[in-house]
Design a protein around this ligand. Structure first.
Ligand SMILES: *Cc1c(COP(=O)(O)O)cnc(C)c1O
Length: 400
């Protein structure tokens, strides 16, 4: 099939819930991905922050193939070595005490919400607790995770969603205080807002929220699904701030290319919340995905990924600041580590830049309506950044 035939066939059978770009990807290698016509693209999106090691990594592939030879699924009624090893490592790198594996980010959020509700239920002896979430947050598309997602138009067609969610403004401690009631059981936020437009939490704000949580026995849920797993130069972005959550959610790069998420919690919460019978998943944390998590955590450590990201960040930021200085329609840069966004003036639709970059062989993303979002594989080198700047410069010269 040629590209047009692939796309026509796809649209015959796939529920049209995405406006996909007219490209059919077939394979990848390193930081490059190739379409069915053999065209090469430099990938600064990494499958929305998933492909931390890029594509076709030999060590990663071998670990998955070895696991396929043994067993790919057993159900959560039994133990298996990959899950045991992956859970132990995830606790070690996060400093959290207990882990529950899920199939996605949204399911990790669901588990975190249920855990917080059960914690408050056991403490107070009644249900009906509330959660404070942030405006412009993104936590997923399931009914529970959508309920705490701070974009009105994502939620509106599906109302009523989960009851008892109050929204505060990110980086505005007073607005959080104003939403606290005697029923508040959790405050949920991304440590660095991703989809909402690449807003890192301010240090005072995050510490202030932590203090509020401690004062009122409210659980702090930090969503590290996009900003975690080395992306910011820290295994988890909250480690940079030294503000530890009670519950943390993780997904995207957790398995570096297989569908897996997790929520991790402290013993204090684990011992006073969900018990057998309260929660479950058929696939979640199966041997195949846990072998991927286990190998991902090994590779992050052995390849010193957080050091690499820390080292590369100033170069990346300088390159992006150079673009911002050069083009009038770029008004600023925000982000942390290899999670960066360029703010685009309202005159130019971000989508047009993303589309033109794709045509020119560079994959980038958008966020928050007017931000060009870059989430490259964590293994990029300086020359990949130079190449990205070169392609983007070509695209911007035409636009401006
Ligand atoms: C992507 C994302 C999610 C949802 O993850 P899915 O795997 O798509 O369900 C939740 N929170 C954040 C911060 C994300 O970036």
């Amino acid at each position: 099939m040629n590209k047009e035939e692939y796309i026509a066939t796809a649209e015959e059978s796939l529920f049209h819930v995405y406006n996909r770009f007219p490209v059919v990807f077939e394979k990848g290698n390193g930081v490059h991905i190739y379409d069915t016509d053999g065209k090469e693209y430099l990938d600064f999106a990494s499958g929305i922050g998933v492909m931390a090691f890029g594509y076709n990594d030999g060590e990663y592939k071998q670990a998955l193939m070895d696991q396929i030879d043994k067993i790919t699924h057993t159900s959560n009624l039994y133990y298996h070595p990959p899950m045991i090893s992956a859970a132990k490592k995830l606790c070690q790198v996060s400093g959290m005490d207990k882990v529950f594996f899920t199939n996605s980010g949204a399911e990790a959020i669901e588990g975190a919400i249920k855990t917080a509700k059960k914690y408050a239920y056991l403490r107070d002896g009644f249900a009906g607790h509330e959660i404070i979430a942030m405006e412009h947050s993104f936590h997923g598309r399931t009914v529970g995770s959508l309920s705490v997602t701070g974009t009105e138009h994502y939620r509106e067609p599906f109302l009523p969603l989960m009851d008892g969610v109050r929204f505060a403004n990110f980086n505005d401690l007073d607005s959080v205080k104003a939403q606290i009631t005697d029923k508040t059981c959790a405050i949920i936020m991304e440590t660095v807002q991703g989809e909402g437009g690449l807003y890192p939490a301010e240090a005072d704000f995050l510490q202030g929220v932590r203090d509020l949580c401690d004062a009122h026995d409210i659980l702090l849920i930090l969503d590290e699904i996009q900003c975690g797993m080395g992306r910011t130069g820290y295994m988890f972005a909250w480690q940079k701030y030294g503000v530890k959550p009670d519950i943390m959610t993780c997904a995207k790069a957790l398995g570096a290319g297989v569908p897996v998420g997790a929520f991790a919690l402290t013993d204090r919460v684990a011992e006073h919340s969900l018990v057998p019978g309260d929660h479950g998943t058929t696939y979640g944390g199966n041997p195949l995905v846990c072998a991927a998590v286990d190998k991902t955590l090994d590779m992050m450590e052995n390849r010193h990924i957080t050091d690499h990201v820390k080292e590369l960040t100033p170069y990346f930021e300088k390159a992006l600041d150079g673009l911002v200085a050069k083009y009038d329609f770029m008004t600023g840069r925000r982000g942390m580590g290899l999670m960066q966004g360029i703010v685009i003036d309202a005159r130019i639709p971000v989508g047009s830049i993303v589309t033109k970059a794709l045509e020119a062989g560079l994959i980038v993303l958008s966020a928050g309506g007017n931000v060009l979002r870059l989430l490259p594989p964590l293994v990029i080198e300086k020359e990949d950044i130079d190449h990205m700047v070169e392609i983007l410069t070509g695209v911007c010269d035409i636009i401006s």
